[in-house]
Design a protein around this ligand. Structure first.
Ligand SMILES: Nc1nc2c(c(=O)[nH]1)N[C@H]1C(S)=C(S)[C@@H](COP(=O)(O)O)O[C@H]1N2
Ligand SMILES: [Mo]
Length: 332
């Protein structure tokens, strides 16, 4: 569901599956809320998406992507893996629409070949990489990551890729490079919503240098042993498992090293709601909803008990040190 904030003309999602906070904290409130019909609307939306998930066929059988299971600490969670049909039919990819089921239905128009990724900015060796060369730059690893969306749902996906650090090392960052900016494709001919004002295009994201170089930050080409389906960000995306899902930019065409902190698409849309860091943090609420719990897509029904969200999405042992001494409430 989308609401218009009016403040700046942008629209921001209010996940229809987000139960207002007061509601799940109090059973009597829940009954009241259900009586307003909001629950009915949420249930209808949820049921509709479930129905679409059943219909969206696995997009052919995509080419396999050979990979070895990663041995990097934290790279493989033992949690139950989300079913492919759910991970590929319940997506956020606003270039193809704002409903979770839109990308699976619309992203077939995305042309993933030829594809080049330009690496530029504060580097000694800038370059344009054809996707075929980028794929071969380093050995492919399989990693089983939790991904937690800021809207309150999560999934567990076996991603295939290699550390972004491998590419960054290759281009030799200059001493004053402090951030990495990701710019993604914005092609109005193949992306029907790039003409809309939902966000500023191209979709932009960024990481601090140490975050970009962290061994868990994955330059991702595949999932479930195959190349990425378009709706999940083909042919190349980033996956940053300890941050809210929107930090994991899809269908990347440019990687730029900068000295200044780059502006990001969601920060431009609503700076008070989406900060640069966006580390998963159950103790820091979104201004319009709690971040303390989450629902696992494909498993937890609308009224099932939610799971507790973990600090840094469960990757605190691996990444916590990068934020030592930082006020995470201020740097949300
Ligand atoms: N280019 C682009 N990348 C994007 C988005 C988007 O709208 N456009 N949505 C983000 C959000 S909000 C989430 S939660 C994840 C979802 O990734 P998934 O569909 O593979 O689960 O992609 C992120 N990357
Ligand atoms: Mo998200």
């Amino acid at each position: 569901m989308l609401i218009r904030t009016g403040r700046d003309g942008f629209q921001h999602p209010v996940g229809s599956e987000i139960t207002p906070r007061a509601v799940y904290e109090d059973r009597r409130q829940l009954l009241k809320w259900m009586a307003t019909g909001a629950a009915g609307a949420a249930l209808a939306t949820w049921a509709q998406r479930e129905a679409i998930a059943q219909q969206v066929a696995r997009p052919g059988k995509l080419p396999a992507l050979a990979a070895v299971r990663s041995t990097v600490p934290g790279a493989v969670t033992m949690e139950k893996i989300t079913e492919y049909k759910d991970a590929s039919s319940y997506n956020n990819f606003y270039e193809f629409g704002t409903d979770k089921s839109d990308p699976a239905q619309n992203a077939h128009t995305l042309k993933t070949r030829p594809w080049t990724v330009e690496v530029e900015g504060l580097v000694k060796k800038p370059g344009k990489y054809a996707i075929e060369d980028l794929l071969k730059l380093s050995a492919q690893e399989e990693r089983i990551y939790r991904l937690r969306c800021v809207e309150g749902w999560s999934m567990v996906v076996p991603w295939v890729g290699y550390p972004l650090a491998k590419l960054i090392e290759k281009v030799e960052p200059l001493g004053n490079a402090k951030y990495v900016e990701f710019l993604t494709l914005a092609d109005p001919k193949t992306m029907p919503f790039v003409g809309s004002r939902v966000l500023e295009w191209p979709y932009a994201e960024g990481l601090r240098m140490d975050e970009a170089m962290h061994p868990l930050t994955l330059l991702t080409f595949g999932m479930y042993g195959e190349v990425l389906p378009n709706q999940n960000g083909a042919p190349v995306r980033i996956v940053v498992p300890w941050k809210y899902g929107f930090k994991s930019a899809k269908s990347i065409v440019k990687i730029r090293l900068t000295e200044q902190m780059p502006r990001t698409a969601w920060n431009k849309a609503a700076a008070n709601e989406y900060g640069f860091y966006s580390n998963v943090n159950p103790n820091v609420d979104h201004p319009r909803w709690s971040q303390a719990t989450e629902r696992r897509i494909g498993e937890d029904g609308l009224f099932a008990k939610k799971r507790k969200t973990l600090m840094f999405n469960g990757y605190e042992a691996q990444v916590g040190q990068m934020y030592a001494g930082m006020d995470l409430k201020k740097n949300y």
